[in-house]
Design a protein around this ligand. Sequence first.
Ligand SMILES: Cc1cc2nc3c(=O)[nH]c(=O)nc-3n(C[C@H](O)[C@H](O)[C@H](O)COP(=O)(O)O)c2cc1C
Length: 183
Amino acid sequence: MELIDAIRLRRSTAPVTGAAPTDADLYEYLALAAHSPDHASLRPWRLVSLRGSDRERLGAALATGFGDPPGSPEAARTAAKALRAPLLLSIIASPVQHPKVPAWEQLAATAALISTLQLVLFEAGWTAMWRSGPAVELPQVRQLIGVGDTEQLLGWLYIGGRTEIGPDARPDPDVSGKISTLP
Ligand SMILES: Cc1cc2nc3c(=O)[nH]c(=O)nc-3n(C[C@H](O)[C@H](O)[C@H](O)COP(=O)(O)O)c2cc1C
């Protein structure tokens, strides 16, 4: 697929099949995506994959963290959110001390990586949706995933199979006025 087509066709959609990339696939995609801009090549991020019953553990942590009564319908609804894709890739910004690269640049590099990874996944035939929300701050969730005190959980890429490319390419957004010059 041409890059320009992938950019215009990519969608954040729910997976339509239960298939997911293998760990070997993920490493291949990640190595590609890691070409994204990254000051001093710090790779200031890491990813924790959740498959199968690990997603149920995340679901339980979500329900406990949000204070849903154990065994309640609310708890079941919350827990089911972690089952919306066969593979959840937890996104962790993991900044390091660096004399020239402040933490915000490292966060920007992490976002650049994920954006590129979404395109790589799409080009390879998968769908990937970035979801976050208040769940990223829950102690139960951070503990389960092993997020360190100096790290930031940025959400999850919900990854799964799609049977076909979705609707037609979207028209390019109206970005008029988004570039200015000095007054
Ligand atoms: C950091 C980040 C967090 C997001 N979190 C959520 C989320 O929790 N729930 C949601 O519905 N969309 C979330 N989105 C938006 C979707 O991932 C997606 O970008 C949006 O629905 C637009 O769809 P598109 O990617 O097909 O253009 C998030 C996007 C980003 C960049």
